[in-house]
Write a protein that binds this ligand. Structure first.
Ligand code: NAD
Length: 491
């Protein structure tokens, strides 16, 4: 494996693959259409990418179906499948610089963070590969003269629709468990970030994946995405993105063949700083919990609740920290925050900032764009935020921290849970009683205590309420891609 690069490969990185990947080959869209993927630093075109639509989805699903029904992938030993996935993990390591550079270029995230994400994805592939030959059913104690057992079978053709904020990790969360279980896959990357999915999928074929087992169709949501969600020959769909789109995808799945659906949707996660907190440490963690990845995180700690006793000090220090945050070119050493993904998200965030000011919150820092090209936004902190303000209710998905004040635990529990979302929550305290009370009372799929954004291939992740259903990662993640067959035998 290679050293972690200190001097990143810089754009223009060679863009090797821009076509659809169907049945193991790169091909043009049936319509011949392409779309532009842009550099968030400038808005300039990085590449023209084949634009898949319903006809291409049909071709991809047919290839995945054939590979599932007739091909070697579900039939080979789990050990053979495992070896392909492990070879792929090695290739990810060997090409980590190139992959991370392409990811940073297409998404605007700091190169160093992209490099860490490649290593997390490598670990995730190995984790799921490890499960491939350990998935098995049970012998069930029978009541009567029967032999009862369960068999775990791959669910079939699995579809994935993924967002632009973590293109590679989201790719891996869908593809790794599906392949480990013996499924075949059709994946639609986000239209803003189609490039790394194509690059790493080629590596997966180099690692020995049989044709048709993974198909990648760049394209738009209402065309390619909707065709995938409503396809009669897709057995399962896993989606990560907005709650709105999750509802559409769920609806299409139900109205077509009732395919199984996993949804990982939006959030408005509370980060609760308790009375006993070390303020400096809490400020830093709350800052990271919100501003990490340009604030473009489904799990962002986007409602910072702070106990009234330390509120003023916390606000002042959060403002100072935000003013010090280094925003700039993702390829410059030390950059903490790059540009937002695109003009639409950039404008949406600026509209939320305006609404925060108009609704009477105090703007402590930022509040405007940085520079005059690309989609950079200054780290923005609001204090005196009230629960009913739009900035405290909606998922902003940008570098905008909202700091709210609370008096006691019962109050903060009620307010933290007063949202349709339930993806994650953060607790900052050294008091065991407080930690236990909050951990049990908060309605969220992940609770981070004195840490934040810690993800692990082995730890399930997913939402309560309208943040989705189902869990990804860990053994729970594999269950999404398995059918349980019960067999009852007597002679
Ligand atoms: P989105 O949910 O619309 O897009 C995510 C994916 O869904 C993309 O691949 C897109 O092409 C696809 N899609 C869109 N419409 C579709 C449809 N009708 N049928 C099938 N697939 C469809 O997200 P967005 O528009 O890029 O961003 C809007 C907001 O979503 C953001 O501001 C943020 O609040 C939220 N978001 C959340 C996450 C997350 O990780 N939970 C990720 C990205 C965006």
């Amino acid at each position: 494996s290679k050293r972690m690069s200190e001097v990143p490969i810089k754009p223009p990185v060679e863009v090797k693959y821009t076509q659809l990947l169907i049945d193991g080959k790169f091909v043009d869209a049936a319509s011949g259409k392409t779309f532009k993927t842009l550099d968030p630093r400038t808005g300039d075109v990085i590449a023209n990418v084949a634009e898949g639509d319903a006809e291409d989805i049909n071709r991809a699903v047919a290839a995945a179906r054939k590979a599932f029904d007739e091909g070697p992938w579900p039939r080979m030993t789990a050990y053979e499948r495992q070896k392909v996935l492990l070879r792929f993990a090695n290739l990810l390591e060997q090409h980590n610089d190139e992959i991370a550079a392409l990811e940073a270029w297409d998404s605007g995230k700091p190169y160093q963070n992209a490099l860490i994400e490649v290593s997390m994805v490598t670990r995730l592939m190995r984790y799921n590969a490890g499960w491939a030959d350990k998935i098995h059913g049970l012998t069930v104690p029978a009541h009567g003269p029967f032999h009862m057992q369960t068999l775990y079978e791959p669910i079939g053709v699995a579809a994935g629709i993924i967002p632009w904020n973590f293109p590679l990790p989201m790719y891996a969360w869908k593809v790794a468990p599906a392949l480990a279980c013996g499924c075949t896959v059709v994946l639609k990357p986000a239209e803003q970030t189609p490039l790394t999915a194509l690059l790493v999928s080629q590596l997966l074929y180099e690692a020995g994946l049989p044709p048709g087992v993974l198909n990648v169709i760049p394209g738009f949501g209402p065309t390619a995405g909707a065709a995938l969600a409503s396809h009669m020959d897709v057995d399962k769909i896993a989606f990560t993105g907005s709650t709105e789109t999750g509802r559409i995808i769920s609806d299409l799945a139900i109205k077509s063949n009732m395919k199984s659906v996993t949804l990982e949707l939006g959030g408005k996660s509370p980060f609760i700083v308790c009375e006993d907190a070390d303020v400096d440490k809490a400020v830093e963690l709350a800052h990271q919990a919100l501003f990490f990845n340009q604030g473009e995180c489904c799990a962002a700690g986007s409602r910072t609740f702070v106990h009234e006793r330390i509120y003023d000090e916390f606000v002042e220090k959060s403002k100072q920290r935000a003013l010090k945050r280094s925003v700039g070119d993702p390829f410059k050493e030390g950059t903490e925050q790059g540009p937002q993904i695109d003009e639409e998200q950039f404008n949406k965030i600026l509209r939320y900032i305006k609404s925060g000011v108009e609704s009477g919150a105090t703007l402590e820092s930022g509040g405007e764009r940085l520079g005059d090209k690309g989609y950079y936004i200054k780290p923005t902190v609001f204090s005196n935020v009230k629960d009913d303000m739009l900035i405290a209710k909606d998922e902003i998905f940008g570098p905008v921290q909202t700091i709210l004040k609370f008096k006691d635990l019962n109050e903060v529990i009620r307010r933290a849970n007063a949202t349709h979302y339930g993806l994650a929550a953060g607790i900052f305290s050294q008091n065991v009683d407080t930690i236990n009370t909050l951990t049990r009372a908060l309605k969220a799929g992940t609770i981070w205590v004195n840490c934040y954004d810690v993800f692990d291939a082995a730890l399930p992740f997913g939402g309560y309420k309208m943040s989705g259903h189902g869990r990804e990662n860990g053994f729970n993640g594999l269950l999404n891609y398995l059918q349980v067959k019960s067999v009852c035998t007597t002679l």
